[in-house]
Structure formats: C-alpha cells, structure tokens
Ligand binder design. Structure first.
Ligand SMILES: C[S@@+](CC[C@H](N)C(=O)[O-])C[C@H]1O[C@@H](n2cnc3c(N)ncnc32)[C@H](O)[C@@H]1O
Length: 226
C-alpha cells in the first residue's frame, strides 16, 4: 500500500512539473510573437497578466482599450492554454472617441487624431484569426460607455482598464465597470501614474484592495474588489 502511494506521489509530482514546464514554454512563445503586435504591453505586464489567468482560471475577462491587441493577445493565449473563458475586447477604433476630452494642443490629441485606427483594427482581427483565438475573444467595436450594459452585475472575473485616459473618461470607466466585477475579482488599471487618471485610481483605492506585489511599478496597478 505504502509503495502504491509513493509511486502515485512521484507520478503526480512529475505531472505537475511537466505542466509547469509546458506553461513556461508557452509563455515564452507568446512573448516572442507579442513583440510584433502594435501596442504598449511589456513582457513583464504580459507575464503578470498571464500568470493571474493561469491561477484564477477566469470565465469572463474584459479589456477596455484594445488598440492592436498587445495586451489582449497574452490574455487570450492564456485562456487558450486553459481551454476556457473569454476576453471581451472593447474598443471603438474611432479617432473622435480617442481625442474626446483632450485640448487640441495636447500631444495626446495630436497623436490620436492622426493614427489610422481602421488599419490597426484590421490588423487586430487578422492577429486573432491567425492565432486561432476567436473562440476565446469576443470583439466589441464600440465605446466602453456603450458596452457596459452588455455585462451583468458581478459577472466579470478580470477587468483591464486601458481606454481613453482623460480624467472624465477614466473615472467613468471605473464607476461604470466596478459594479460589473465579481466580489474577489481583479482590476488592472494601466497608466496609473498619469495626472488625469488619479481620480479613477483614488476611487479604486477606496473600493478595492491594492495588490502592490502583483502590480507593475507605479504604471499598471492591480486591485481586488472587496
Ligand atoms: C492606450 S490604447 C490601448 C493599449 C492596449 N491596451 C495595449 O496594451 O497595447 C487606448 C485605446 O483605447 C481606445 N479608446 C478610446 N476611447 C475609448 C472608449 N470610450 N471606450 C473604449 N476604448 C476607447 C482607443 O481606440 C485605443 O485603442
């Protein structure tokens, strides 16, 4: 009997180790391809986002502000590895939405006014298809204000806020979407060190637990809803 338990234990731990190795290799491959996708998600952020998914095993993930899919890609790849869950990718891919709230002389206005978002949207859709991620990614080509009512209260496991960064819009995103996150669910907030996002960050700090060890410096913060 003792021998059987011992053999079972050895086989089980070997299985766990091989799972771990294949997950590490899978992430490495993901980071390599991710570099080709337009956007701002760093390897450090991708790894933290992927590890959170691996450990939390979510059903519903939501990203506000997709651009070329630099952060949707590692999320969808982690869901594909687990073979469960979906990322709802919300973005209007419209210049007028991106510049809303910015002064005409603001560098953000100038940059977002010029970029060809239709081309970025097409490249995003192509990337999702090439990587066979469509079962794990639902594209919602609309503003976050219009998308919010598609989600039931306390239904989202992981929310990533990275849309319009003006004070008014970023605050609206946390106010609108926090009720949609499950109690114990997670919220990533990008560009948390901008002056314009501080109101949104204060709101999250009042209503959630801040997880400094899992956050990325002072730029991308992770919160857990009370
Ligand atoms: C900083 S980029 C997102 C970057 C992306 N998450 C990454 O890691 O590469 C901001 C995106 O927010 C989108 N956006 C602007 N206004 C929005 C709104 N009202 N709702 C949702 N997305 C919006 C823009 O089209 C743009 O693609």
């Amino acid at each position: 009997m003792k021998k059987t338990i011992f053999i079972f234990f050895i086989l089980f731990s070997t299985f766990l180790k091989s799972e771990d190795i294949s997950w590490k290799k899978y992430k490495k491959k993901t980071f390599f391809y991710q570099k080709k996708i337009p956007g701002w998600c760093t390897v450090e952020k991708s790894e933290k986002m992927m590890n959170l998914i691996y450990n939390a095993s979510p059903e519903i993930c939501v990203e506000i502000g997709v651009f070329g899919g630099s952060s949707v890609y590692p999320t969808a790849m982690a869901l594909k590895f687990l073979n469960k869950g979906k990322i709802y990718a919300i973005d209007p891919w419209e210049n007028n939405e991106c510049v809303e709230g910015y002064d005409k002389n603001d560098p953000n206005y100038i940059w977002w006014n010029k970029i060809n978002l239709n081309k970025i949207y097409k490249s995003f859709k192509k990337m999702i298809n090439i990587n066979k991620l469509s079962s794990f990614c639902q594209i919602m080509k609309m503003t976050s204000e219009n998308a919010v009512n598609f989600f039931k209260d306390e239904s989202i496991d992981i929310l990533h806020i990275d849309g319009n960064h003006t004070e008014q819009k970023s605050f609206l995103d946390v106010q609108n979407f926090l009720p949609k996150v499950k109690k114990g669910g997670f919220i990533w907030f990008d560009d948390a060190n901008w002056n314009t996002t501080s109101k949104a960050i204060n709101y999250l700090q009042e209503n959630c637990e801040f997880l400094p060890n899992m956050s990325i410096n002072n730029t991308c913060l992770l919160f857990r809803k009370f």
